[in-house]
Design a protein around this ligand. Structure first.
Ligand SMILES: [Zn+2]
Length: 141
């Protein structure tokens, strides 16, 4: 059975000092119930909150960048291609990732404009005469 030492104001406590960047002898200067609240470092004479045990890594930013981008769904071919140059139409290949592309060149349907990225594996592509759902990131087995 381990007995938790209860400190009192004025007691010495060996704990981490943020300023000294190491474990230092401190004097307890404030208590809350049975918990040490504040300590004064004997090394740098700074009073700071008692850190207790080192805390593990902070909660990481969960909101990572989202890969799927929303695109406007304007289906007017003239408007869609008005500002596009031939170089923006890249050869379509179902094994490639076109999420970051605007236009594709399909060997059957011709130039197409990607209007929606449907998850990781599908694209909504507007061609001059039709709208197609094309596969991307297709994995050959
Ligand atoms: Zn210190």
């Amino acid at each position: 059975m381990t007995v938790k030492k209860i400190y009192a104001v004025g007691d010495e406590i060996f704990t981490e000092c943020g300023k000294c960047k190491s474990e230092m002898h401190h004097i307890v200067t404030a208590m809350k119930d049975d918990e040490v609240k504040k300590v004064m470092c004997k090394g740098c004479n700074t009073t700071h909150l008692y850190r207790g045990k080192k805390k593990k890594a902070k909660a990481t930013d969960a909101a990572g960048p989202k890969k799927v981008k929303r695109r406007s769904s304007k289906k007017d071919w003239g408007k869609l291609t008005a500002e596009m140059v031939e170089e923006e139409f890249v050869a379509y290949d179902m094994r490639h990732d076109f999420s970051e592309q605007r236009g594709i060149k399909h060997n059957k349907f011709g130039n197409g404009v990607i209007t929606k990225v449907l998850g990781d594996t599908q694209l909504e592509v507007v061609f001059k005469d039709s709208i197609k759902i094309l596969v991307q990131n297709y994995e050959m087995n």
